[in-house]
Design a protein around this ligand. Sequence first.
Ligand code: IMP
Length: 427
Amino acid sequence: MPAVVIVGAQWGDEGKGKATDLLGSRVDYVVKFNGGNNAGHTVVIGSEKYALHLLPSGILTPGCVPVIGNGVVVDIGVLFEEIDGLEARGVDTSALQVSASAHVIPEYNKVLDKVTERFLGSRKIGTTGRGIGPTYADKMNRQGIRVQDIFDEKILTQKVEGALELKNQILTKVYNRRAVTVDEVVDELRAYADRLAPYVTDTTLLLDRAVAEGKTVLLEAGQATMLDVDHGTYPFVTSSSATSGGAATGSGIAPTRIERVIGIVKAYTTRVGEGPFPTELHDDSGDFLREQGGEFGTTTGRPRRCGWYDSVVARYAARVNGVTDFVLTKLDVLTGLETIPVCVAYDVDGVRHDEMPVNQTDFHHAVPVYEELPGWSEDISGARSFEELPANAQAYVRRVEELSGARMSVIGVGPGRDQAIVCHDLL
Ligand code: IMP
């Protein structure tokens, strides 16, 4: 099986780590192809819980090569913090490969991310403040610093000088912050050079060879479809390509080599940060989902906004990603509800929309059209086959499958590694 992509089909935090983990030892390479340490996934192995932000979740699987692709933005300080944290718990991280062409998040972009949000006031995006947006903007503006630059002091100095000419104007004149010196940026990055060097390689070549040899390469998206810079709820999005198309550009693996696209959907919906969210709940049901689902950010600890399952979003995700299989996560969180509303379409100013409205304003005005499905009260966390689910839980899965545009191949019934029902194998 050549390349397989895993994408979030909603606004993130769908439980991608769990899906990756399910594939476990059958995967030879796990590639992060977009985003940076704005991501956050929790992987539970036995009694151990690992919160990863920048490292691909494959880092926890012995024998699997974790790769940070060219499409990622890397905070090198955070990279080593995560490596040190895992090594201290006995996880071997020496197989990690980092693209020489990935961009680096310099300190000044973290400052700019935070002060820009403050400056925007009520128009803020609700970013994670990790410097992601400014670093991708630098990449597109051709003012970015790449991993490979760290190893050439002359080039690095030239690039930092170039970038700071403009950045310091913005920092001092717009935001009234202190200017940054070329030396402090160069010195900080150069200090990592020796430790970083053994990890850095041409990951596009490495991955191409791996695919050619028939190895299984898993491309794991950070964030999710509705946060994708092109296909998400722009401007309330992240600054990278979080859909399956981004997997090709962000890794260098050709699109023709991608055979399967696995979309992860939660049995309800969550979102962090600002932006439209039609099925959002501001009542006790929202609190129920947040508490039962433990919906607090892995990266920022922020309480997540919660709402019912939105099949318009799922259908859209199936379409723009070419989803072949869905993994439906956290079905157990819905246990105990008398009825469960599922959004089947939107009402936009009196007009029914079965597909995602093309205009931002329409999406802001979208009112969900709900279908009420009967709930269940039985504990489903021990179910390991579809038949072991109560009839109403089976009916819920079947109905969301029908509405969402691709088969539900795996159903998550709890946080543990083995708490899943596999209806169709993912590889
Ligand atoms: P940024 O990625 O820090 O620029 O933030 C842009 C938007 O994406 C904000 O609404 C964030 O809350 C959201 N975001 C970024 N990373 C994640 C994630 O891993 N899960 C969910 N939302 C995210």
